[in-house]
Ligand binder design. Structure first.
Ligand code: ADP
Ligand code: MG
Length: 292
């Protein structure tokens, strides 16, 4: 494409709320075969709510929720906000916290009210040597509903399973349909639970799911998809998406996402959702066709 056609194309894209930080990205986009997408904050709103709290025998709801929320008050994860909000809605007083630690990809831990507390995914409980099997059937059911099951341990005993649900953005399903109409594959890459990821993928008609990816694993997943399909666009909003955005042929950041994701991306989606992606791909094809 000529410099002029690229300039015209990126100008038209900007009017649609798609900012190209690099002109080459507009040329590359027409050849994209696969769009890899982060789940939380990209497909979904990134504002989960607590939906379920199931106690192990011998534990009390207010007690467990107050301890867990006290720990989560120190975390920046969207899951943490859901749990803190649930405790606040019940007017629970939060205990003082010591020794807070975020165990990236697994969960969080701290000492609250003299009790040792760990909260996180099933793999965190496994890492701690705790058996989450008593909650396996409930966790599977909640996962199949698209909810994320989490576990809380108090003083080394499994105390509760907590589920949070993050609504899908209204604009996501139409964007995925439009990508399919353009002949692209759509693959989800998420650190979340496998069943949860698969349930959301089913609701959206997403072709494939790579779930329970540890931080750093998103880049490897992107490399594998590039080998399998060819030119790849990656869409994400979080700090942990930055390496994948850089590795992608075209990295696309959600405009409402973190600065680190935006800096790593070639394209910024100003509308804060995936709506601009099929439009940008169609535009890329049109611009290149025009000058050939
Ligand atoms: P993602 O962006 O997909 O959530 P993370 O690496 O941040 O990936 O988290 C992976 C998993 O670790 C989460 O799905 C959750 O199960 C668990 N986790 C992370 N942070 C927290 C937290 N503050 N409270 C409870 N669980 C957490
Ligand atoms: Mg995200």
């Amino acid at each position: 494409a000529t410099p002029t056609s690229i300039m015209v194309g990126t100008g038209r894209a900007a009017q649609m709320g798609v900012l190209f930080r690099k002109g080459e990205a507009l040329q590359l986009l027409k050849d994209a075969k696969v769009v890899a997408v982060d789940k939380t904050g990209t497909l979904t709103k990134g504002r989960p709510e607590l939906t379920d709290l199931i106690l192990a025998p011998g534990f009390e709801r207010a007690d467990v929720l107050a301890c867990v929320a006290a720990v989560e008050a120190k975390s920046e994860h969207p899951i943490a906000r859901a749990i803190v909000a649930a405790a606040a809605a019940q007017g629970l007083a939060l205990a003082a916290i010591e020794d807070f630690e975020s165990v990236t990809g697994y969960g969080v831990r701290a000492v609250a009210d003299g009790k040792r507390i760990e909260i996180g995914a099933d793999r965190y409980m496994a890492k701690l040597g705790l058996d989450a099997a008593p909650f396996a059937a409930e966790a599977a059911r909640l996962g199949d509903e698209g909810k994320t099951p989490l576990y809380a341990a108090l003083d080394g005993k499994l105390a509760a399973m907590i589920a949070v649900s993050d609504p899908i953005k209204e604009t996501t399903a139409p964007a995925i349909r439009a990508l399919h109409e353009l002949g692209l594959k759509v693959v989800m890459i998420t650190g979340d639970n496998r069943r949860t990821g698969q349930a959301i993928a089913r609701q959206l008609g997403i072709d494939d799911v790579i779930a329970e990816v540890l931080p750093g694993g998103k880049v490897d997943a992107v490399k594998r998809l590039q080998e399998e399909y060819g030119v790849l666009a990656y869409v994400g909003d979080g700090i942990n998406d930055a390496p994948a955005l850089a590795q992608a042929d075209v990295g696309m950041a959600i405009g409402t996402g973190t600065d680190i994701a935006i800096e790593a991306a070639d394209v910024v989606l100003m509308s804060g959702d995936m709506g601009g992606i099929p439009k940008a791909i169609a535009l890329s094809k049109a611009v290149i066709a025009n000058i050939q």
